[in-house]
Design a binder for this molecule. Structure first.
Ligand code: HEC
Length: 176
C-alpha cells in the first residue's frame, strides 16, 4: 500500500515537472502524437454521444435546408469549406484542421450534430453557436449539413446565387 502511494506521488511530481519545464511543444505546426490524438478524439466523441442523449430531433424537412444554407455559408464555410473547396485547400493554418463537412458526417446523428453546433468543442477552434442562435436556426443548419454531402460544386453555387438575389444580380439582398 505504502509503495503504491509513493509511486503515485512520484508520477504526480514527474507530471508537474513535465508541465512546468515547458518541454512540451504546443505549436500548432507540430502535430500531436498518435496517443494524444487518440485521447482527444475519443474523449470528444464519447462526450458528444453521451451529452446528446435525450435530445429530441424535430422533423427536418426540406424547407429548413435553405435557411440552414444561409447560416452555413455565413458562419461555417470559412472553416469547414464547401463542395469543391476543402479546408486543406483553404490553408487556414488551424490545428486541428476543421473536418471537410461536404465529405460526409455519417459518424453523427442529427441530435449529436445539433449538440456540437450548439455547444462547440473545447480546445479546438469549433465555436458554440448556442449563445447567439435559436434552437430552430441550429436545427436548420443540421438539416442543411445532412444535404451537404450530396451537393455538387455547381449546385452549391446555385444556392449561393439564389441567396444573393436573382442570378447575375450583385445586390446584397440578404435578409435575417
Ligand atoms: C473557426 C473555425 C470554425 C468555425 C467557424 C466552425 N467550425 Fe466546426 N469545427 C472546427 C474545428 C477545428 C473542428 C474539429 C474539432 C475536433 O475534432 O476536436 C470542428 C468540428 C465540427 C464538427 C464535428 C465534425 C467531426 O466529424 O468531428 C461539426 C459537425 C461542425 N464543426 C460543424 C460546424 C458548423 C455547422 C459550423 C457553423 C455553424 C461550424 N462548425 C463553424 C472549426 C470551426
Amino acid at each position: 500500500m505504502k509503495n503504491i502511494l509513493t509511486l503515485i506521488i512520484l508520477i504526480l511530481i514527474g507530471l508537474l515537472i513535465f508541465i512546468y519545464s515547458g518541454i512540451y511543444n504546443i505549436a500548432a505546426t507540430k502535430p500531436h502524437t498518435k496517443l494524444v490524438l487518440w485521447i482527444m478524439h475519443t474523449t470528444m466523441e464519447r462526450s458528444v454521444k453521451t451529452h446528446a442523449k435525450g435530445i429530441n430531433t424535430p422533423t427536418l424537412d426540406e424547407s429548413l435546408v435553405k435557411t440552414g444554407f444561409d447560416h452555413y455559408s455565413e458562419m461555417c464555410e470559412g472553416c469547414h469549406g464547401k463542395p469543391g473547396l476543402s479546408p486543406s485547400e483553404m490553408k487556414t493554418g488551424f490545428y486541428h484542421e476543421p473536418p471537410d463537412l461536404s465529405k460526409g458526417i455519417d459518424e453523427w446523428s442529427p441530435a449529436e450534430l445539433f449538440w456540437i453546433i450548439k455547444n462547440g468543442i473545447k480546445m479546438s477552434a469549433m465555436p458554440a453557436f448556442g449563445p447567439t442562435h435559436k434552437d430552430e436556426e441550429l436545427w436548420a443548419i443540421v438539416a442543411f449539413l445532412r444535404r451537404l454531402p450530396d451537393l455538387s460544386p455547381d449546385e452549391y453555387k446555385e444556392m449561393e446565387k439564389a441567396a444573393q438575389g436573382k442570378p447575375g444580380e450583385h445586390g446584397q439582398s440578404h435578409e435575417h
